[in-house]
Structure formats: C-alpha cells, structure tokens
Design a protein. Structure first.
Length: 250
C-alpha cells in the first residue's frame, strides 16, 4: 500500500529552495509550524518512505552558504525529552532532510510539542519508519553528508556505542560511523550514570560529536526560543553551516 501526500511531486522536479536571511523570520508558525491539513492528507503509503513536498519554501531564516543546499542530512528523533530541538533543527537545516522518528519519539512529540508526529514530517523531504531497515540510509552506498540524532536517548546512545543496529536510526548511525561521516548525538539525560558516560566517551573517541542538549547563557537569552535556538545553533556549528540562531561570543 502506498501513501502519497497531496500535491506530491517527484524529488527531481522540486521547486528551487528559497531561504530567507533574517533571524527567525518565518518559522514561528502554528504548533507544528505551518504544516497545513492538506499537506498531511495521505492516500497510500510506500513502506520504504516517501518524498515530502511541503518543506522547501518555508524553512527560511538562515544565511546559508550555497554549498549547503546540495547537502543531504539524516535527522533522527528518539524517545528522549527535547523534541523541540529536533523540530527546530528540521526548520533551520538547509539542503535535503531525511527524517526518522523512533516509536517512543512519536509518543513523546504530542506531549511536548502539542502536535501529531505526522505534522513534523512536513518539515522533511523524505520520511522513513524506524523499523524500515530496507530504507536507503541503511546502506553505506547511499550518500548522506551527516546525521544528527536530536534528541538522543540514553538507550539509542547505548546501542550506537555498542554496535547494535536493529532499528533504522541505529543502523544509519552505524553507517555514518563506518563511512566516516559526521554524526552528532544531542543527548538528553540527566544525571548520567557511569554507563552513559562510558558510552559517550567511547563514541567521542571514535569521532562522534556528543552535543548535550545543554544551553549556554552567555548570549543572554530572553525567551525559551532563544535557548532552543542556542542548542539548534550548536548543531549547525558542528555541521559547518552558517546561521543566525544565537549571538556568538566575542
Ligand atoms: C515521556 C518520556 C520521556 C523520556 N525522556 C527521556 C530522556 O530525556 N532521556 C532518555 O535517555 N530517555 C528518556 N525516556 C526513555 C526512553 O524513551 C526509552 O529508553 C526508550 O527505550 C528509548 O527508545 P528510542 O531511543 O528507540 O527512542 C523517556 C521516556 C518517556 C516515556
């Protein structure tokens, strides 16, 4: 059975992306940020994922280096608190975005974001089920530039650190590591047991960026959005992308 979004189009025929230049210009829309009802009307589902037509004209707000628009990012959301960071990154990342949400993440999203997980799918170009190990990102031969797990649970962290790849998220992370691609884990857990710390250390020693969902305050945040943007901005920094999400020191 195939699910096709209304107004779907072939990926190769996508309208050119338009990115705004002002900070936080147009992304503050409704609960899940401008994903209209007809955008999420589905008619059938392709088990191996689908192309999402609704993301490109609305991501805006960044001054993005030209090269970034040709990049492909995997954004994985797992069952830790902090779904808001995943949503913000989906809103701000340039290029092509492939979204995977774990089953627990899908349960947490309504609690924390007040919207259905399907509504976040409107911010990505393609979406895959976490059980779909046949998805393209399962293979090292499929090119993606970087993967960000945001938020990353201690459980997913532990699997990735120990080579377990029984879900699409953990498999794609294993692919990123074996193919020497950038992997960023936005871990959200506190306090941390020695097991979690050891897993983090093991991954850090293997080139994985452990980026705690841990905002700084030296940029004088005034709102919750400022704090969220700081964490999203630090992720963008790791990917080498220009942004206006927070004011840098100095
Ligand atoms: C409401 C809720 C909040 C949770 N928050 C966290 C958290 O912040 N950090 C964490 O490591 N696990 C958290 N968990 C536990 C994980 O969801 C659980 O370990 C799960 O197996 C993770 O699976 P996943 O990584 O495949 O999504 C939370 C669970 C629930 C139900």
């Amino acid at each position: 059975m195939r699910i096709v979004y209304k107004h779907c189009y072939k990926q190769s025929n996508k309208t050119p992306r338009t990115f705004g230049t002002g900070p936080r210009a147009t992304c503050r829309r409704n609960a899940c940020h401008g994903v209209s009802e007809d955008t999420i009307t589905v008619m059938g589902r392709n088990h191996s994922g689908y192309i999402n037509p609704s993301s490109s004209p609305h991501q805006s707000l960044l001054t993005i280096a030209d090269h970034a628009s040709g990049m492909r990012f995997v954004v994985a959301m797992t069952g830790a608190s902090g779904a808001v960071y995943g949503r913000r990154l989906l809103e701000t990342l340039p290029g092509e975005k492939i979204l995977v949400m774990s089953e627990v993440a899908k349960s947490i999203i309504p609690t924390e974001l007040g919207c259905r997980p399907e509504e976040l799918e409107g911010l990505a170009d393609a979406v895959y089920d976490d059980r779909d190990l046949f998805a393209p990102i399962s293979s090292g031969s499929y090119r993606f530039d970087a993967m960000i797990v945001v938020p990353c649970s201690a459980s997913s962290l532990g699997k990735i650190a120990n080579g377990l790849a029984d879900t699409l998220i953990t498999r794609a992370a294993a692919v990123a590591m074996k193919e020497s691609r950038k992997l960023v884990l936005v871990v959200r857990e506190t306090p941390k047991s020695a097991v979690v710390l050891e897993n983090e250390l093991r991954l850090a020693r293997n080139g994985v960026c452990i980026l705690d969902a841990n905002p700084g305050y030296y940029h004088n945040p005034k709102t919750l959005d400022d704090i969220i943007d700081f964490v999203a901005g630090r992720c963008m920094d790791q990917l080498g992308l220009e942004h206006d999400l927070y004011k840098r020191w100095g």
